[in-house]
Design a protein around this ligand. Structure first.
Ligand code: BTN
Length: 252
């Protein structure tokens, strides 16, 4: 299964056999003035990164590890987190509509199949409090791995499209189709805002209506996830009945 992708020559797609992290590579390109929608994709990452300082398991020839550079003109930093939700909706819609996979979204960035994580999104931003210079959206999707390919510490919570469906996927085709859908989705988001994605996010999520414990660097909150605000934050009712707005964190 050591088959490389066949990515067509395209001045905005930078393909690597092996790289530290595609997010890091996009950051380096962004600092050299690379264009809006430039993409770095690699067969393998040697230092793939997840959220909250974790590493991301990125073995060769089996997943999709890519990052997209965005230079939004009008988006402000408080709305940047919506990019993660938009990305999750576009990927879930693509996998549902074209591959019959019932992908669910766990707030804010986990893509799940049968309650196991098949993908994640790491969004990073450079800017000032009132201005975004650029955003990097890093996407990791487990595609053709077998269950035994995952390290034991991930094995129970992680899956690939293949472990769930029993099929092998053409990663080149998946990537090129997803790229087209993401570029369309970001275009819609930049012109019309989060609203076109809001209802689909609510349809696909497993988070709402559940008891959750949310942690973030320096804090934790237990309660019930009531709703998503139109800005993309989570509304959580705590044990005293107070409703809190959570913009950033992770659900245990
Ligand atoms: C998470 O769920 O914690 C986010 C995982 C994001 C992984 C992707 S793989 C491509 C890009 N490059 C990285 O180093 N991380 C993201």
């Amino acid at each position: 299964m050591n088959k490389s992708m066949e990515i067509p020559e395209n001045k905005n797609i930078y393909y690597f056999n092996s790289i530290d992290s595609t997010n890091q590579a996009v950051r380096r390109l962004a600092e050299q003035d690379a264009a809006h929608f430039s993409i770095v994709i690699a067969e393998e990452q040697l230092a793939g990164r997840g959220r909250l300082g974790r590493s991301w398991f990125s073995p060769p020839y089996s997943g999709l590890w890519f990052s997209i550079l965005l230079r939004p003109k009008l988006l402000t930093p408080p709305n940047a987190a919506q990019i993660t939700l938009v990305t999750a909706v576009v990927i879930a819609s693509y996998l549902r509509d074209h591959h019959g996979l019932e992908v669910k979204i766990k707030w804010p960035n986990d893509l799940l199949l049968e309650n196991k994580k098949v993908g994640g999104i790491l969004t990073e931003l450079k800017g000032k409090p009132d201005h975004i210079e650029y955003l990097i959206v890093g996407i990791g999707l487990n595609i053709n791995q077998q269950q035994s390919d995952f390290p034991t510490n991930l094995g129970l919570q992680a899956a690939s499209l293949s472990t769930i469906s029993g099929q092998l996927y053409d990663r080149t085709e998946l990537f090129l189709s997803l790229r087209d859908d993401l570029i369309k989705g970001y275009g819609l988001f930049f012109s019309n805002g989060f609203n076109p994605f809001y209802h689909l996010w609510k349809k696909y999520t497993i988070t709402l209506g559940k008891k959750v414990t949310i942690t973030w660097p320096g804090g934790t909150l237990a309660g019930e996830a009531l709703d998503l605000t139109e800005e993309g934050a989570l509304l959580v009712k705590d044990s005293l009945g107070n409703t809190k707005i959570i913009n950033y964190g992770e659900i245990k």
